[in-house]
Design a protein around this ligand. Structure first.
Ligand code: MLT
Length: 264
């Protein structure tokens, strides 16, 4: 079910299903909450599962040319206040992980747990940031297909032969509107380095990576798990960047086992 909340200057789309400890799932780039469908379906029997579309992506409105990670995090904080969720377990995939780290930086008392999926703490190098800005200009001229064509073939494990799944991933990405794609690219390009923050995270943390992730290599997850006190690392075999969609049973099993062990 799709719901809508007015958050600051925009309308944010989200789903909110089930009851219990709130689990919030933040999608990556250029994706939407549709990537978490298998988590929403499986976990809502025992948890309150909230999945927003970040501003400018999915069914959420965007505004302007830059959506910073701090803005995305502020949107989620405002949405959760409206939903009276109380502190949450926050899961972020890739760019959603950058948002989750921004949330941990600004609203640490709103965090009961943190799940970092296929993500990393570092900022863009100057070259990477310049590349993002060049991509943003291409999207401006040619549309979102520029990004979809470049990223879609790398989202799943190279071993994955499920054509239907690949088509589904492409469909989710292709729905991204240029304004949101451009604003997210500029936001990622200027995001701060969160490496120093990692040692300050006190919420129980799970780090998950697909073993075959080529967009953000598993080495980044090893670094996160080493830097965050008490973090657990789960490496899901035969999964690429979009691990929660590609291997939902293994992902959900790892998540549920960790939630249980953390008393969540
Ligand atoms: C994502 O999957 O969210 C992005 O590829 C992350 C990034 O480009 O850094």
């Amino acid at each position: 079910i799709s719901m809508q909340a007015t958050v600051g200057d925009i309308k944010l789309a989200y789903s909110d299903e089930g009851r219990g400890t709130p689990l919030v799932f933040i999608h990556g780039f250029p994706l939407s909450r549709a990537t978490w469908q298998k988590q929403v379906d499986a976990l809502q029997a025992n948890y309150r599962v909230i999945a927003p579309d970040l501003r400018g992506l999915g069914e959420s409105e965007g505004a302007g040319t830059v959506h910073t990670m701090a803005q995305f995090a502020a949107d989620i904080h405002a949405l959760l206040a409206q939903l009276n969720s109380g502190p949450v377990v926050l899961a972020g995939h890739s760019m959603g992980g950058y948002v989750a780290l921004a949330f941990a930086r600004h609203y640490p008392d709103r965090l009961r747990g943190l799940v970092l999926v296929g993500t990393k703490a570092g900022a863009d190098s100057p070259e990477a940031a310049a590349g993002r800005r060049a991509t943003a200009e291409k999207v401006q001229a040619q549309g979102s297909a520029v990004v979809v064509d470049a990223m879609a073939p790398r989202m799943l494990s190279a071993k994955n032969t499920d054509a239907q799944m690949a088509a589904r991933v492409r469909q989710i990405m292709a729905a991204s509107r240029p304004q949101g794609v451009i604003a997210a690219l500029h936001g990622m390009a200027e995001r701060p380095d969160s490496t120093e923050l990692l040692a300050q995270i006190v919420a129980p943390t799970l780090v998950v990576t697909g073993a075959d992730d080529v967009i953000i290599p598993p080495a980044e997850s090893h670094k996160l798990a080493e830097a965050i006190k008490g973090a657990r690392l789960e490496i899901i075999p035969d999964a690429g960047h979009l691990v929660a969609l590609e291997k939902p049973e293994a992902f959900n099993r790892a998540l549920l086992a960790w939630l249980k062990s953390a008393g969540l």
